[in-house]
Design a protein around this ligand. Structure first.
Ligand code: PLP
Length: 398
C-alpha cells in the first residue's frame, strides 16, 4: 500500500498539470494551432545561445575530467564562488562560497531548506495567492502551512496580518516576488514593513523566523521595476534562486540557495542543508548545468519578448472588457473571474479552447491565472477567442 500522504495526492492530483494534459487532448482534437494553452509556466523561448555554447564547451571537455563526477554536496567550489561574487556585484552583499549551496532548481532548494528547518508540527506561513506546491513541500517534513491572504487591492502582503499569524511554532515565511500567480513585485516599503513586523514578533516570542525568498522570477521584470534583495532588509533571510525561468532551463534543474553568515544558527544551518541535499537524494545539483550557468551569470532570457506578450495580452483583454492586475514581473496575468466564480470562468474559457488556471489552485478563488510564457503567435491567435468569451460572459461593452 502507498503512504497516506501519497494516496491523498494521487486522489487530488494537480489542477495545473490536469489542465496541461487537457491541452494535449484538445490539441489532438482541434489541432495545436486552435488551442490556447496558458496553463503551465513552461517557458516557450529557448535558452540564450551563450547557454547552449557553454553546455557544449563543458561537454567537449573544456572543464576538468571531474566535470561529470560526484562533488561536495554543496556543489563545485568554483561555481559557488562565482555565484557569490555575482550576487555581491549586483546587490552590494559580501557572500562567499560558504554561503552558497547549488540546488536542483528552486523546488530542490526549498525542499532542502524546509528539511533543514522543520520539526513535525512546525508552521510555515505563505501569502495567498501562492505557488500551490508550497503546501506539499511543507508537509513533506511534517510541517503545517499557514495561509495569510495578500491585500486584495494590490496583492502586496499585509505586515499586520503576517505578524498576527506568527506563533511560537512558526519556523519560516515563504515570500515569492515577482509573484506567481499575480505578477506583482513586493515593494521596498512592503519588504521593510514585513521585516520590522517579523523582527518584532521574533523578539516578543524569543524565536527565529526565517524568510525563505523564493526567486525564480527575479530577472523577469518590466518597465525597469526593481526587486528588493531581502537579505538586505531582514537578517534571517534564506534565498532560493533558480535559472528555470531566467535562462529557460526548467528541465535541467539548476538553482542555488543563499544562507548568509548573519542568520541565526549559521553555520549549523549551512552544514545541515548540505546533508539535506545529500539525503533527499539530490546528492548535488546537476554538474553539467552548474558548470554551464557559472559561465553565463550575466545572461538573461528574452525579457523583451515576454514584455511584448504582456503588452498584446493586456491590450487585448482590456478591450474585451476583462479586469486584471498589470503584471510587473514574472510571466503571469491575474484576471478577475466575472461574478467571482473562477471555476465557471475556466470552464467557459475551455469552450473557446482557452486554458487558464482557476485561482482556487493558488488558494485564492475569484481569479484565474494566464501564463503568457507562450509564443507571441499563440497570444495573437487567442485574442478573437477571448473576445468571444467576453461576449458570452457579458463583459463586452459594445
Ligand atoms: N517557486 C515558484 C513560485 C514557481 O513558480 C516555480 C515554478 O514554476 C518554482 C518555485 C519551482 O521552480 P524550479 O523549476 O526552479 O524548481
Amino acid at each position: 500500500m502507498i503512504s497516506e500522504q501519497m494516496a491523498e495526492l494521487t486522489r487530488s492530483g494537480s489542477a495545473i498539470r490536469a489542465m496541461f494534459e487537457e491541452g494535449g487532448r484538445l490539441a489532438a482534437e482541434f489541432g495545436r494551432e486552435n488551442v490556447y494553452d496558458f496553463s503551465l509556466g513552461n517557458p516557450s523561448f529557448p535558452p540564450p545561445d551563450a547557454v547552449r555554447r557553454a553546455i557544449g564547451d563543458v561537454l567537449n571537455g573544456a572543464e576538468s575530467s571531474y566535470a561529470h563526477g560526484y562533488m561536495a554536496n554543496a556543489g563545485f567550489p568554483a561555481v559557488r564562488d562565482a555565484v557569490a561574487r555575482h550576487l555581491n556585484a549586483l546587490h552590494g552583499t559580501s557572500f562567499t562560497s560558504g554561503n552558497i549551496i547549488m540546488s536542483a532548481g528552486a523546488a530542490g532548494g526549498l525542499n532542502v531548506v524546509l528539511k533543514t528547518l522543520l520539526n513535525p508540527g512546525d508552521e510555515v506561513i505563505a501569502i495567498s495567492p501562492y505557488f500551490v506546491e508550497y503546501g506539499n513541500y511543507v508537509s513533506n517534513y511534517g510541517g503545517k502551512l499557514v495561509v495569510v491572504p495578500a491585500n486584495r487591492a494590490n496583492f502586496q502582503p499585509d505586515p499586520a496580518k503576517l505578524a498576527a499569524a506568527v506563533t511560537p511554532a512558526t519556523k519560516a515565511v515563504i515570500l515569492n516576488s515577482p509573484n506567481n500567480p499575480t505578477g506583482v513585485i513586493y515593494t521596498a516599503d512592503t519588504i521593510a514593513a514585513l521585516s520590522r513586523a517579523l523582527e518584532k514578533r521574533q523578539a516578543e516570542l524569543g524565536i527565529s523566523v526565517y524568510v525563505l525568498s523564493d526567486e525564480p522570477y527575479r530577472e523577469l521584470v518590466y518597465d525597469g521595476s526593481e526587486v528588493p534583495y531581502i537579505t538586505k532588509y531582514y537578517r534571517n533571510t534564506i534565498v532560493c534562486y533558480s535559472w528555470s525561468k531566467s535562462l529557460s532551463l526548467p528541465g535541467d534543474r539548476i538553482g542555488y540557495v543563499v544562507i548568509p553568515d548573519e542568520i541565526d544558527d549559521y553555520p549549523l544551518i549551512f552544514d545541515a542543508a548540505c546533508i539535506a541535499t545529500r539525503i533527499l537524494g539530490f546528492v548535488n545539483a546537476p554538474s553539467l548545468t552548474q558548470l554551464a550557468v557559472a559561465r553565463c551569470l550575466n545572461e538573461k532570457t528574452d525579457i523583451e519578448a515576454y514584455g511584448e506578450n504582456r503588452r498584446l495580452l493586456c491590450d487585448g483583454l482590456k478591450s474585451a472588457g476583462f479586469e486584471y492586475v498589470l503584471p510587473q514581473g514574472a510571466f503571469y496575468m491575474w484576471v478577475t473571474a466575472p461574478n467571482g466564480d473562477d471555476a465557471a470562468f475556466a470552464a467557459a474559457a475551455k469552450k473557446y479552447n482557452i486554458l487558464v488556471v482557476p485561482g482556487a489552485s493558488f488558494a485564492c478563488p475569484g481569479y484565474a491565472r494566464i501564463a503568457y510564457c507562450v509564443s507571441r503567435d499563440v497570444i495573437e491567435r487567442s485574442l478573437p477567442a477571448f473576445e468571444k468569451l467576453a461576449s458570452e460572459l457579458g463583459l463586452r461593452k459594445d
